[in-house]
Design a protein around this ligand. Structure first.
Ligand code: HEC
Ligand code: HEC
Ligand code: HEC
Ligand code: HEC
Length: 155
């Protein structure tokens, strides 16, 4: 009995060691734009007032009644925060804080940065046009004749 117990503990310890690196990586998740407000008031005010991203769920909702679930799911990839990614948007009911395309679509998931109290090394601060192209992709740029500049649409 004692031996079995010791073996179980050993197993648990080994398992924890093996899984630890993965759990550490998986911890960085999306927290939503409101979580940035207190420390970045200026960016927050500008973004929520002027960027269409901050209200991008409205663009979906005005068309939702004409769309199937599968079509709606396609919209989420660009009009919400982190859809299809770990800790990202799931549904308006379950993840209302990620319903719009927020700060983290450009700066990446912010949980580590927020929990650290603002460690600049834990958030993407330098951006390039590649960070926009998952949504502002070639075919959109052509179809809408609109290619954003790096410093547009943010704050
Ligand atoms: C690949 C990314 C992407 C997908 C997928 C996508 N959108 Fe968009 N949407 C954008 C971008 C970016 C804009 C801003 C205009 C532009 O640059 O094309 C936009 C603009 C819009 C607008 C216009 C808003 C305005 O102010 O005129 C509406 C409405 C809209 N999208 C609805 C939808 C719906 C509904 C779906 C799903 C069927 C969808 N979008 C899927 C990226 C996307
Ligand atoms: C507890 C306060 C705090 C919160 C919450 C916070 N930040 Fe920060 N953030 C800081 C501090 C402090 C810095 C470093 C000083 C500076 O440059 O403003 C910083 C720096 C940054 C930078 C620049 C990084 C660089 O490389 O220079 C970005 C981008 C950023 N934050 C985005 C965000 C986003 C997005 C959120 C919300 C998900 C957020 N922050 C939430 C405190 C915070
Ligand atoms: C459309 C993309 C985009 C969104 C959305 C966005 N940012 Fe930024 N952010 C940028 C760019 C571009 C820079 C400049 C980065 C560089 O110089 O390479 C930047 C820089 C910053 C910085 C560094 C200081 C400064 O102002 O240059 C902070 C802090 C920051 N962003 C916070 C936020 C917060 C908080 C939000 C949401 C309220 C947000 N950002 C939303 C694109 C974005
Ligand atoms: C997750 C997808 C996504 C990413 C990444 C993204 N955008 Fe957007 N962006 C959108 C959507 C969606 C809209 C349209 C919102 C609406 O009207 O409903 C938009 C709108 C805009 C607009 C229109 C004007 C306005 O006031 O919002 C600009 C400019 C823009 N984005 C710039 C950028 C830049 C620059 C980057 C990269 C640094 C970027 N975006 C990254 C999804 C994205």
């Amino acid at each position: 009995m004692k031996f079995r117990f010791a073996l179980n503990v050993l197993h648990a310890v080994i398992l924890a060691c093996v899984l630890w690196p993965f759990s550490a990586v998986a911890e960085t998740t999306y927290v939503g734009t409101a979580a940035c407000k207190d420390c970045h008031e200026e960016q927050y005010e500008n973004f929520t007032k002027f960027a269409k991203k901050a209200h991008s769920q409205k663009s979906i909702q005005i068309m939702a009644s004409d769309l199937t679930e599968a079509e709606l799911a396609e919209c989420y990839g660009c009009h919400t925060t982190g859809y299809g990614k770990p800790g990202g948007f799931v549904s308006y009911e379950k993840t209302p804080h990620l319903a719009d395309a927020g700060c983290e679509v450009c700066h990446g998931p912010g949980s580590d940065h927020v929990e650290s109290g603002g460690d600049a090394g834990l958030i993407k601060g330098t951006l390039s046009m590649e960070d926009c192209e998952s949504c502002h992709n070639q075919s959109r740029v052509k179809a809408f004749n609109f290619k954003p500049l790096l410093y547009g649409g943010a704050h």
